[in-house]
Design a protein around this ligand. Structure first.
Ligand code: ADP
Ligand code: ASP
Ligand code: MG
Length: 411
């Protein structure tokens, strides 16, 4: 007997037939003698629609009310799945974030889980075999109101619940049958991985691969939760996220991610003296604006510098306003910005011990005539910023260059 958390994403619960299909999969685990808790997302498209309503209601909306509205999708699917399970003879009960409760901080819109009390739920499946169906994505903030965990947050709900109830496995059912070397919807030759390390998955997720929410991977790594990503439509094993020592052959590059949500800002001719970077980025930190890549160049004049950095597109308006307000103090000559960019990142633990990985990337992009705007590197990752129109071309070229393409018959 195992204790299993099963999470189903939006496409897996997109309509009543799919919810009934999910109920059958849950029943199979229960019939196998396992203790099961389920986490569901909202039906596909519902959260986007709810976010749209909120944006329509008010430009500078209240984050607490945003959470009240956008958490509603998961309430519906948790209730529907509980009914569908009952219909096929499985004892089931839905649990909303405030009921368990899944306690979070007060960062409405992207709250962090602080604590989960699973005692009642464990009690119920031990005593009567009852399946708990959690509404994912939502929690109870310390201010007493509903919170949500950021887009894709049901993954984090699932891993957190698995950690809290010391589950043997956390299975993330989705619309692809595992984690691939890159997004299989963009690169048809992407190859399914049998295993990937927590660290690589963390980089892939944080660089844009939305198959798992970044925080869910962080949490799995911290609490050693065994996560598997698999298809809710096919019956076959998926990809396991594991410790590095479980992987014998360490690939140089194991995955490629992309993120279209980047915006680039350049401050031209900023006076070059100590403290200038602090003066630019300090106010942005205070405004909770995350800066990603940064480059600073000595400009032709010598006493001035150009400073380029990237942020997410959602923060662009606020950042521009902030920097324009500070123009008198920062004394830059001009401010340029653009958003038609994509950040492409190649990731692999093998990079630690091998040289030349970056050169391979630059060579492959040059061969396709793709200009690189900004470059940044870390221990197991190299990222470049290129024009958005080259997303597909660059991904496919890099995938081939690093020898990741699937064999013809697998593709
Ligand atoms: P769910 O609704 O089940 O949470 P998501 O849409 O959030 O599903 O995540 C699954 C999607 O992630 C896939 O449809 C795929 O397009 C995308 N994806 C991006 N990168 C990868 C990758 N490396 N491996 C698998 N899927 C990926
Ligand atoms: N429904 C939420 C979203 O679309 C949470 C999730 O699906 O994980 O972001
Ligand atoms: Mg998701």
């Amino acid at each position: 007997m195992a204790r299993v958390v099963m999470k189903f994403g939006g496409t897996s619960v997109a309509d009543m037939d799919r919810i009934r299909n999910v109920a059958q999969r849950v029943k199979k685990e229960v019939d196998a003698g396992n203790e099961v808790a389920v986490v569901v997302s909202a039906m596909a498209g519902v959260t986007n629609q709810l976010v749209g309503y909120v944006q329509d209601a008010g430009k500078l909306y209240d984050a607490r009310e945003y959470d009240t509205v956008v958490s509603a999708g998961e309430q519906i699917t948790s209730g529907l799945l509980a009914i569908c399970l009952q219909e096929i003879g499985v004892d089931a009960r839905s649990w909303l974030g405030w009921q368990a409760p899944i306690q979070t901080n007060e960062a409405h819109g992207s709250a962090r889980i602080l604590d989960i009390d699973c005692s009642e739920i464990i009690n119920r499946f031990e005593k009567q075999g009852q399946v708990a169906v959690f509404a994912g994505f939502q929690g109870l903030a310390t201010d007493g109101r509903i919170s949500t965990l950021g887009r894709g947050g049901s993954d984090t709900s699932a891993v957190a619940i698995a950690a809290a109830m010391k589950a043997d496995r956390c299975d993330i059912y989705t619309d692809v049958d595992g984690i691939y070397t890159t997004d299989p919807r963009i690169v048809p030759k992407a190859r399914k991985l049998e295993k990937i390390t927590y660290e690589e998955m963390l980089e892939l997720a944080s660089q844009g691969a939305k198959v798992l929410q970044t925080r869910s991977v962080e949490m799995a790594m911290k609490h050693n939760v065994r996560v598997q990503v698999l298809s809710s439509f096919e019956d076959k094993p998926g990809t396991f996220v594991v410790d590095e020592d479980e992987i014998v052959e360490k690939a140089l590059v194991s995955g490629i991610a992309y993120n279209r949500n980047e915006a680039k800002i350049t401050l031209r001719n900023v006076p070059d003296h100590p403290g200038v970077a602090a003066a630019v980025f300090g106010p942005m930190t205070d405004a909770a604006i995350n800066v990603d890549m940064i480059i600073q160049n000595v400009s032709a004049k010598g006493d001035c510098t150009d400073m380029t950095f990237t942020i997410s597109q959602g923060d662009l308006e606020r950042t521009l306003r902030l920097l324009e307000d500070k123009r008198g103090e920062l004394k830059y000559e001009r401010l340029d910005h653009s958003s038609d960019l994509v950040k492409i990142s190649v990731i692999g633990v093998g990079m630690r011990s091998h040289a030349g990985v970056a050169q391979q990337m630059f060579g492959a992009l040059a061969e396709k005539g793709i200009n690189i705007d900004v470059i940044s590197t870390s221990e197991i990752k190299i990222s470049v910023l290129v024009a958005e129109e080259y997303t597909e071309l660059a991904l496919r070229a890099l995938h081939t260059a690093y020898g990741l393409d699937a064999e013809e018959e697998d593709a």
